[in-house]
Design a protein around this ligand. Structure first.
Ligand code: SF4
Length: 361
């Protein structure tokens, strides 16, 4: 993401939600995006998914996915790129699951939306299944014929409707199993209300994984869950991190979640990325005054009794954002230069970027 700027047109005025966001995600890494509510984390994610509401406008910047600018793609091409490459998991699974359809049919729906795009995904899954079976026993004649047919499928080949549905069904069951859901065959036939909160969240993760995305965006996925289930979902993410060939953008306001699963972390404030570093480095040596404030605000059970530390003031009004560094009205280290211009990103240490006038001379 390079210099991404997004405005919202509202009755109160123009909300400058993203003010030139630069962010990069490496293949296979988990990047945490943290910040207070209203800092622009979810708008960043929705921009990538193309799910911004009608009153939002991208007024500048680029979103490059494997070198292609998503903002310049034609609508049809864009839909297909996003369908197969970017998947998003949201906070509240009940909002995104259809209450009157079974779990299985909802996930099958995604694959059947574009048989051409997903033919190779389901065919490869079936081939792997047959190969595994072939290693344990002799394949039947029908299975051998099926294997040969799938192996000879051309790169642009499309499976017939019936065969696609049959293979997609077993692929969906396998995906439900991969997110550690017990009895996936039974869950395939169940309705959302029959599942617990944690199982629903696993279902939503399976719904995202079934597309074999290059980028998985997880937006506050543990926030609505109780602590025990939260720990189970984080454990699942940690395991999936090594199993799936995808980059994960993990959006959260919870620094403990970041410490558990992320490789790097980006801190957002008032529509800007203000600091990016490896997780251990950021916790050991936070540079930006806002990051320091966030870390100092984590309650510690071993601390002496007294008042909890907090960052004074509140998030800025983005219709009339503060001039210069948007954090200056709340910053304990602000000086004359801070309201005069936006601080540029500075690599204060190798791989540790910060946007603050205290660094880079
Ligand atoms: Fe504080 Fe100035 Fe740095 Fe902004 S640029 S964080 S106001 S010291």
């Amino acid at each position: 993401m390079e210099g991404l700027r997004v405005n919202f047109h509202t009755f109160g005025g123009e909300v400058k939600a993203l003010d030139g966001v630069d962010l990069s995600l490496r293949r296979g890494e988990v990047l945490g995006l943290v910040g207070e509510s209203g800092s622009g984390k979810s708008v960043t994610a929705l921009s990538i998914e193309g799910l911004l509401p009608g009153n939002a406008e991208v007024v500048g910047g680029r979103i490059l996915l494997e070198g292609r600018d998503l903002l310049k793609e034609k609508p049809g091409q864009l839909r297909s790129e996003r369908l197969t490459k970017v998947a998003m998991v949201f906070q509240d699974p009940l909002t995104y699951l259809n209450p009157v359809l079974t779990i299985g049919s909802q996930i099958l729906d995604i694959l059947e939306t574009d048989r051409r795009a997903f033919t190779h995904t389901v065919a490869t899954a079936r081939l792997q299944e047959l190969q595994a079976a072939g290693g344990a026993r002799t394949l039947t004649e029908a299975e051998t014929r099926e294997r040969e047919r799938l192996q000879s499928l051309p790169p642009d080949g499309v499976l017939g409707k019936r065969e696609f549905k049959r293979l997609a069904r077993s692929y969906v069951v396998a995906t439900l199993r991969s997110v550690r859901l017990p009895e996936p065959e039974r869950i395939f036939r169940m309705y959302p209300f029959e599942l617990s909160g944690g199982m629903r969240q696993r279902t939503i993760i399976a719904m995202a994984l079934v597309r074999k995305p290059t980028l998985l965006i997880a937006d506050e996925i543990t926030t609505a869950l109780d602590v025990t289930v939260q720990a189970q979902i984080l454990e699942l993410l940690r395991e999936l991190k090594t199993e799936i060939d995808a980059s994960i953008l993990l959006i959260t306001h919870d620094l403990a979640v970041v410490a558990e699963v992320c490789d790097r972390v980006a801190v957002m404030y008032g529509g800007n990325i203000v600091e990016v570093a490896e997780v251990n480095e950021l916790f050991k040596d936070p540079l930006h005054p806002y990051t320091r404030g966030l870390l100092a605000a984590i309650p510690r059970p071993d601390a002496a009794r007294g008042e909890l530390t907090s960052i004074k003031g509140s998030v800025p009004n983005l219709i009339h954002p503060p001039s210069g560094c948007r954090f200056h009205p709340r910053c304990p280290q602000a000086f004359e230069r801070c309201p005069l211009g936006k601080p540029p990103p500075v690599e204060a240490k190798p791989g540790h970027l910060v946007e603050c006038f205290l660094y880079g001379g």
